[in-house]
Design a protein around this ligand. Structure first.
Ligand SMILES: [Ca+2]
Length: 108
């Protein structure tokens, strides 16, 4: 049981690291001034535990699919700035500038 828990935790961490690719993280951090080591300087901006997207990540995925691209740019990020992906009453852009998670309604 203990081994299984450790294996699951390791896979979750690996999946998280794999999904928060530098090609996604860098434009995200640059667009919103997210500093190294900050809460959003990780996979949690777009993902829940593991590879699953949070609601902000899902909105971003829709925009990228509509643009038929896998390359994240500042222009694509801006397209969901005025949304409130997690429906906590705060717009995505305001959360990102404040350092709170636009994909977590408990964080605003
Ligand atoms: Ca939030």
């Amino acid at each position: 049981m203990k081994v299984r828990l450790i294996a699951t935790a390791a896979l979750t961490a690996a999946g998280c690291a794999a999904m928060a690719l530098p090609g996604f993280k860098a434009p995200f951090a640059e667009a919103y001034g997210i500093k190294k080591g900050a809460k959003l300087d990780s996979c949690v901006g777009c993902h829940t535990a593991g590879v699953k997207l949070n609601v902000y990540g899902a909105d971003l995925k829709k925009v990228m699919e509509a643009a038929k691209t896998k390359k994240l740019t500042a222009d694509l990020l801006k397209k969901i700035d005025t949304l409130d992906s997690d429906k906590d009453g705060v717009k995505n852009v305001d959360e990102l500038k404040k350092g709170t998670n636009p994909g977590d309604p408990k964080d605003k």
